[in-house]
Design a protein around this ligand. Structure first.
Ligand SMILES: Cc1cc2nc3c(=O)[nH]c(=O)nc-3n(C[C@H](O)[C@H](O)[C@H](O)COP(=O)(O)OP(=O)(O)OC[C@H]3O[C@@H](n4cnc5c(N)ncnc54)[C@H](O)[C@@H]3O)c2cc1C
Length: 381
């Protein structure tokens, strides 16, 4: 993008190179085996991107949403599953700790999360509360000694099985807004991880449950003050939505690249399929849509960094990009014929992976609700 800084351009080059060396060659294997590329995750620590938005004093890179989106696009084009795990660690866990925790908590948790020594996750969703995130029922009750007792289950948690640190939302009162967050360490008595959840796509990103059964948590693990978390939750959702759309952009670009290549290789009726006008139309349209996605996404990320436009803008980009990328991935499969439908090519994986981006971080329908509410805020009835 024309407004990328020199630092952001360097980051783009670095991440593109890393993605082609450390992610793309292993994406198929991890998808087939439903396994996590922990080796690449650790190397991301060496690369310096695990604390992309965190303060340099804790080892972070101190950059913003544009930079985080660049990483998502580059990594997402190579292996969306590993990138989803990267997002859960960096945006859902590290960025939340950076923005909402005390200096002591940051000093305790951020350096290991940013170096890659520790894996992080974030627990908001529950079996009965997904879109209605503010309704969550995992309870934290304060004991006489100041500690808290946690009971409940978190569902769909990315990185659950690998996480050393979990940033977990709980209910601390009967009103809907009475939410509080705790940093939970692996090994806390009464805290366990449920069995892995098997999925259609994003199979290289581990997903599981966090289970709390009278888990005793010290008051030093509370984030901010009791009842403050609804503000933290809403604030972080914007960057989560922008950056997850970055994975969709990466997928769309990878589909375009693969289609251009195949159109120049595959022959039918004695000609390259790229010489057929219907194939040319498909490629021209998907490349144009990808450019539209790129402009919209990075403008929105820039808006976020500048503190303008707000939640509805993030929701628009989150509604538009994943839907467009699903269409592009399906067109790319069509262009490849039977080979596109086979597991020999990465296109069917990209389509399966991208579908998650229409659900996670808020579904398409929830994005429509947010956008419409903002546009129709003066409606009287
Ligand atoms: C692979 C994966 C990884 C995830 N990672 C995490 C994670 O790390 N941490 C975390 O906390 N969560 C995570 N999630 C959870 C994710 O955020 C939720 O799945 C998502 O918010 C939707 O919630 P739900 O699945 O309960 O669907 P529901 O909320 O039950 O929705 C079901 C359907 O109803 C629609 N719907 C709901 N409410 C309305 C309404 N008011 N109007 C119209 N339609 C409506 C929805 O759009 C959807 O189509 C993950 C999910 C997946 C699948």
């Amino acid at each position: 993008m024309w407004f990328f800084t020199e630092e952001e351009k360097d980051l783009q080059r670095l991440c593109r190179d890393f993605a082609q060396k450390e992610l793309a060659p292993f994406a198929h294997k991890h998808d087939e085996e439903e396994s996590f590329n922990l080796t690449a995750f650790k190397k991301m620590g060496e690369l310096g991107v695990l604390g992309i938005t965190a303060d340099p004093q804790y080892g972070g890179t101190g950059m913003g949403a544009v930079a985080a989106t660049i990483v998502m696009e580059e990594f997402g084009s190579a292996c969306a599953g590993t990138t989803l795990s990267y997002l859960a660690h960096t945006i859902l866990c590290v960025n939340n700790i950076q923005n909402n925790c005390s200096d002591e908590q940051k000093a305790k948790y951020l350096p290991k999360l940013i170096s890659g020594a520790h894996v992080g996750c974030m627990g908001m969703s529950e079996p009965e509360y997904g879109s209605d995130a503010v309704g969550i029922q995992t309870k934290a009750v304060q004991n006489a000694d100041g500690s808290f007792l946690l009971n409940g289950t978190k569902m769909w948690i990315t990185n659950a099985q690998y996480a050393d640190v979990a940033y977990v939302y709980t209910r601390t009162g009967s009103e809907r807004k009475n939410l509080s967050t705790f940093i939970i360490e692996k090994g806390t008595p009464g805290f366990s991880v449920g069995k892995p959840i098997h999925k259609m796509g994003m199979r290289s990103s581990p997903t599981g449950e966090l289970v709390f059964q009278n888990a005793k948590v010290d008051s030093s693990q509370l984030v901010g003050h009791v009842g403050e978390s609804i503000y933290h939750m809403m604030k972080n959702l914007d960057i989560e939505r922008i950056t997850i759309a970055g994975i969709s952009l990466g997928i769309a670009q990878a589909c375009v690249d693969q289609c251009v290549k195949y159109a120049g290789e595959r022959k039918q009726f004695g000609k390259h399929i790229g010489s057929f006008q219907m194939i040319q139309k498909m490629i021209a349209e998907m490349a144009t849509e990808t450019e539209m996605m790129r402009s919209f996404l990075y403008t929105t990320a820039k808006n976020y960094d500048l503190g303008v436009r707000g939640a509805a803008n993030a929701a628009q980009v989150k509604l538009a990009l994943p839907k467009m990328a699903t269409k592009i991935a399906l067109d790319a499969i069509q262009l490849h014929g039977g080979y596109g439908y086979s597991r020999e090519f990465p296109l069917e994986r990209m389509m399966r992976d991208n579908k998650l981006n229409e659900i996670g971080a808020g579904t398409n329908e929830v994005m429509i609700m947010i956008i419409a509410k903002n546009l129709l805020k003066d409606l009287k009835d």
